[in-house]
Design a protein around this ligand. Structure first.
Ligand SMILES: [Zn+2]
Length: 463
């Protein structure tokens, strides 16, 4: 059975950045099998299910190249306390979650991602096996970046003392191998497993080399948080005598299959080194703006780094990430014309998928995977839609996405997410988050917390 979306606008995000009007896109199985003028495509597929596309736009879904779904638990709180966080609790709210409760926040993140048009996400963190199955069921493509580090991180944060422990690093390597064995290729191939080094200050030269070797052996991509804060820059200078990107270069940890997240506190020499390596930069614009940072994206791109985008903590909305990224770069460079909306859309779609090793998704072309979203343009903030990409990057909202297909299967259709129980996930998340934060605040009444949290049991989200 094939499906044709017809008489619609198709934003291809292909190499020529073509936008086709009065077009149709045909899908069979997991693939795009036809694309072109509507009447011609319909004539070639007379028996296909027809979906009327007038007033709508079909475009590739977004690839979120750096996120932590479960940190949705901290939404509305940690956005306002900088990085590293100025909140000094000895534990995190996440420590108060049972394993099945942690799964709820992974689902909440995935739900928000789907609703705002993300078809592929790089989920980075520790012990991802606890919710990998739940993510496999949500229907989008997920790269699981299981994280390794050998630094005693609490001690480093507390005392600025950097102690590395070989057994801790080995345990991380074992977790990556185990997750790869159990989940790589799961969910009909939508799940893949990658190698994640936490951050330059948290990984010794020995562990960096072991992680690079593991990525080569598993034939997978890798990631690292890079030049995220001035605290990190200072820590690496103190312990290694060089800057973070220089340290990774020295340890042969910059290569084209690495996704370097953030890249915001960087010196000129580091920009050049990273660019020459052709490692990907994940421009995590919205969180960077919240933290008061603005990475030198135009310089990184000019040096040779291909650019992708990510949301990082507490939010999964790539529409917001695209717009924030465009705004930030224009303000930073004082250039009212660049980057263009088409540049930013390419970062968030085709580039992002390539960064994640998903070469068969990210643009709408015959033979590629049927991964796309349908946006309804008949809204006050999107008309006139004569130049849709610009209108969408400047004015679009995540909620404008009404349908999503991944690998030929509907994930959301006409505003309904079909792979998850949305109502239950939202209720559970509200109730559990209030309890976890309430417990944290009760356990540490002496820790300064300069905001008021309403942690009362919410009536609407009762069990
Ligand atoms: Zn991160």
């Amino acid at each position: 059975m094939s499906t044709v979306v017809h008489h619609t606008t198709v934003v291809t995000a292909d190499a020529g950045r073509r936008v086709l009007t009065d077009a149709a896109l045909a899908v069979e199985g997991d693939r795009i099998i036809d694309l072109g003028p509507a009447e011609e495509v319909l004539a070639r597929h007379p028996d296909a299910e027809r979906i009327a596309g007038r007033g709508k736009v079909v475009m590739p879904g977004f690839a979120n190249c750096h996120t932590h779904f479960t940190l949705t638990l901290n939404r509305g709180i940690q956005e306002d306390f900088s990085f590293p966080s100025t909140l000094r609790f000895p534990r995190a709210a996440a420590d108060y979650l049972h394993p099945e409760e942690r799964e709820v926040f992974a689902q909440l993140g995935a739900l928000e991602a789907i609703r705002s048009g993300t078809t592929a996400a790089f989920e980075i963190g520790r012990n991802l096996d606890g919710y990998a199955d739940a993510l496999a069921e949500c229907g989008i493509r997920i790269v699981l970046g299981e994280t390794a580090a050998d630094l005693d991180q609490p001690k480093a944060a507390r005392e600025h003392v950097f102690e590395f422990n070989e057994a801790r690093g080995e345990a991380g390597l074992e977790r990556i191998e185990a997750l790869h064995a159990s989940h790589h290729g799961a969910g009909d191939g939508r799940i893949s497993v990658a190698v994640a080094a936490h951050a330059p200050e948290a990984v010794s030269p020995r562990l960096l080399r072991r992680l690079r070797d593991l990525a080569e052996r598993l034939d997978t991509i890798a990631t690292v948080h890079l030049n995220q804060s001035w605290w990190e820059v200072e820590a690496v200078r103190d312990t290694r005598g060089v800057l973070p990107a220089e340290y990774l270069f020295q340890q042969d940890f910059l290569w084209p299959r690495l996704v370097a997240g953030h890249c915001r506190c960087m010196g000129t020499r580091e920009v050049a080194l990273l660019g020459r390596s052709r490692a990907w930069v994940s421009f995590n614009a919205a969180i960077a703006a919240r933290r008061g940072y603005s990475p030198r994206i135009a310089d990184l791109a000019a040096a040779g780094s291909p650019i992708a985008m990510g949301s990082d903590n507490m939010a999964e909305d790539m529409v917001e990430v695209m717009r924030t990224g465009l705004f930030m770069e224009r303000v930073r460079t004082g250039d009212g014309e660049r980057p263009t909306p088409d540049d930013v859309l390419q970062w968030a779609t085709a580039n992002g998928h390539r960064a994640l090793g998903l070469e068969e998704s990210g643009s709408l072309e015959v033979g590629k995977q049927a991964d796309f979203i349908i946006v309804d343009t008949r809204r006050a903030h999107l008309v006139p839609a004569m130049r849709f990409v610009s209108a969408f990057v400047h004015q679009g909202q995540g909620r404008d996405v009404e349908s999503m297909m991944v690998g030929g299967r509907w994930v959301m259709r006409d505003g309904q997410v079909v792979t998850m129980d949305e109502d239950r996930t939202v209720r559970d998340a509200e109730r559990i988050a209030r309890r976890a934060w309430r417990q944290l605040l009760e356990d540490y009444p002496e820790v300064p917390f300069p905001v008021h949290l309403d942690t009362a049991e919410p009536v609407w989200a009762g069990e």
